[in-house]
Design a protein around this ligand. Structure first.
Ligand code: GDP
Ligand code: GDP
Length: 466
């Protein structure tokens, strides 16, 4: 199983050069496959240990008139729809052009995963263009030189986790498996007991992972969300060892939920539970958009919980903490205070993330959990305009001027949101390397409060100019 990467961007930025580098001599094998048009080239690509299909939208001249501009748009949209990941390329020597902006707009609306590459990145002539690329709102650009083969490690680093996740998803979808009927045991049987292993896919479901230590109640929770007894058609059919996912409608919200618990029990590998749950959780976290860290109220914030919560934050996921088995808690008020205190002390990096008490068994609190998940997801997707940000930045600097290490005041010139999911911001400033962490924290905390982004990881990049 592999994925499809489309290289898009205006003519002459170096798309074909990268395509050729990724495909090498293997192009001849796939060049004239059916379905590949004159305008779209497809090849079997290799990068490190990754194998994938690459599409190149070559074959167009610079758009000088309406119809060509329209064709370029159509072609790009088609490539985007065919691809799992889009590599959007700009020319770092030229900098960002109006045509690049048009492409960025298409990608922001349409693409599932975008990797931004500032090509022709060798040498200092590219510095300014690389910085400009942040302003496209598509994340941190990879500095690439397709011609000289530089930056391919960074490209690999961005592709690799996605490749992993696609593989998991394909297994869970069964899209690389034949469709199988599964009949459950007689005692479980009712009309619903015959399933297809392939689960129907709802339009762009929110990806949720439920993680936590063994016996926290993950399976019980997922079962409850699903409605009783409809979980786990997969493991019997041996779909995957790593993780299974189910796409469902959670009171009107389409979600794909990753379970890393149920099948472990079936596989009877209890003795390895500890180790497995970490690596399973790790994979699920990579693909998730929202991570529900499920704690057992009796033993909250265990080492393993802390590790996975921290991982989720570092991977930039929206995090919701759910405290389970609340039904058997006697001193609820005392407990909640203790939990909040422990949360602040042990997971300061997730400050403000929602903490919800639930009972997976009775279903109590699941409506609040759903609301928290939805809000966390919205925050994670939040976009703040550049105008708003710069007004805000001026206010922040007035309230608390930037430091002057060694007597030289750091100047913050300009700020823009470089990405969402999670929100990431770039501040252009003089000597960013001397910016103390305390001032970055001041800005991040300010962003949280002033733009109502509690809980979500916020990335702040300081960049020098020239
Ligand atoms: P495409 O139209 O986007 O497919 O662009 P091409 O791959 O045909 O490249 C356009 C021009 O840019 C060619 O002359 C390439 O040799 C040149 N080019 C491609 N990559 C690089 C690079 O990394 N650095 C430099 N300096 N030139 C490059
Ligand atoms: P997993 O290993 O995280 O998937 O945990 P399970 O869902 O298998 O649950 C472990 C145990 O905790 C089972 O005995 C469940 O019945 C129990 N359990 C799960 N949720 C609750 C809850 O909300 N309240 C109580 N009292 N028990 C629960």
């Amino acid at each position: 199983m592999s994925f499809t990467l489309a290289i898009v961007g205006r003519p002459n930025v170096g798309k074909s050069t990268l395509f050729n580098r990724l495909v090498g001599k293997r192009l001849a094998l796939v060049d004239d496959q059916p379905g590949v048009t004159r305008d779209l080239r497809e090849g079997a690509a290799r990068l490190g240990d990754l194998r994938f299909t690459v599409i190149d939208t070559a074959g167009l001249e610079e758009a000088t008139d309406e119809s060509l501009q329209g064709r370029m748009r159509k072609l790009t949209e088609r490539a985007v729809d065919m691809a799992d990941i889009c590599l959007f390329m700009i020319d770092a020597r030229t900098g960002v052009t109006p045509t690049d902006e048009i492409f960025a707009e298409i990608l922001r609306k349409r693409a599932k995963h975008v990797i931004l590459a500032a090509n022709k990145g060798e040498g200092r002539a590219a510095d300014a263009g690389v910085i400009e690329a942040y302003g496209l709102g598509l994340g941190e650009p990879i500095r690439l030189s397709a011609e000289h083969g530089e930056g391919l490690n960074d490209l690999y680093a961005q592709l690799q986790p996605l490749a992993d996740a696609f593989e998991d998803q394909a297994k869970a979808d069964g899209s690389d498996l034949p469709e199988i009927d599964v009949t459950l045991d007689e005692e479980d049987g009712d009309d619903e007991s015959k399933f297809h292993v392939r689960w129907p896919t709802i339009e762009k479901p929110m990806q949720i992972a439920v993680v936590g230590r063994p016996n926290a109640g993950k399976s019980t929770l997922i079962n409850k969300i699903l409605g009783d007894d409809r979980l786990l058609t997969g493991p019997e059919a041996g779909i995957t060892r790593d993780a299974i996912s189910l796409t469902i409608d959670w009171d009107g919200m389409p979600i794909r939920i990753w379970d890393t618990a149920g099948m472990r029990k079936k596989a009877k590998i209890q003795d390895k539970l500890e180790k497995l749950s970490v690596s399973d959780g790790l994979r699920a976290v990579k693909f998730a958009e929202v991570v529900i860290v499920l704690l057992d109220a009796a033993i909250p914030f265990e080492q393993q919980d802390l590790r996975i919560a921290d991982l989720a934050e570092r991977e930039g996921r929206a995090v919701v903490i759910a405290v389970n088995k609340w039904d058997i808690e006697d001193d609820k008020q005392g407990k909640i205070n203790a939990l909040r205190e422990a949360f602040e002390r042990l997971l300061p990096q997730l400050r403000g993330a929602p903490l919800v008490t639930v009972s997976a068994k009775t279903g109590k609190g699941l409506d609040r959990l759903r609301a928290a998940v939805e809000k966390a997801y919205d925050t994670w997707n939040r976009r703040v305009t550049t105008a708003q940000l710069n007004r805000w930045l001026a206010g922040m600097m007035e309230a608390h001027p930037p430091p002057a290490p060694g007597g030289k005041r750091i100047k913050l010139r300009y700020m823009t949101q470089a990405k969402t999911r999670p929100p990431g911001f770039v501040v252009m400033c003089s000597n960013p390397e001397n910016m103390p962490d305390s001032y970055s924290r001041y800005l991040v905390n300010g962003l949280r409060t002033d733009f109502d982004m509690p809980g979500t990881p916020i990335r702040l990049f300081m960049r020098g100019q020239g």
